[in-house]
Write a new protein. Structure first.
Length: 58
C-alpha cells in the first residue's frame, strides 16, 4: 500500500523551461542567444534545486 502525502510535491521543472526561454530572449538582442540560453538554463536549474531542496525538508 502506498502512503499519500498531505500535500502534492512542488514542481520546479517549469522554472528550468522558463529560464531557458527567457535567457534566450534576453540574449537575442545582444547577439548572444547561446550564452543567454545557457545562463537562463543555469538559473532555472538553480531555482528548481532550491524548490526541490525546500520541499524535501517539509
Amino acid at each position: 500500500m502506498t502512503t499519500s502525502s498531505s500535500r502534492p510535491p512542488a514542481a520546479g521543472g517549469v522554472l528550468i523551461a522558463l529560464g531557458a526561454i527567457i535567457g534566450t530572449a534576453i540574449g537575442l538582442p545582444f547577439g548572444e542567444t547561446t550564452l543567454g540560453f545557457l545562463a537562463g538554463l543555469a538559473l532555472g536549474i538553480a531555482a528548481a534545486l532550491v524548490i526541490w531542496r525546500r520541499d524535501r525538508r517539509r
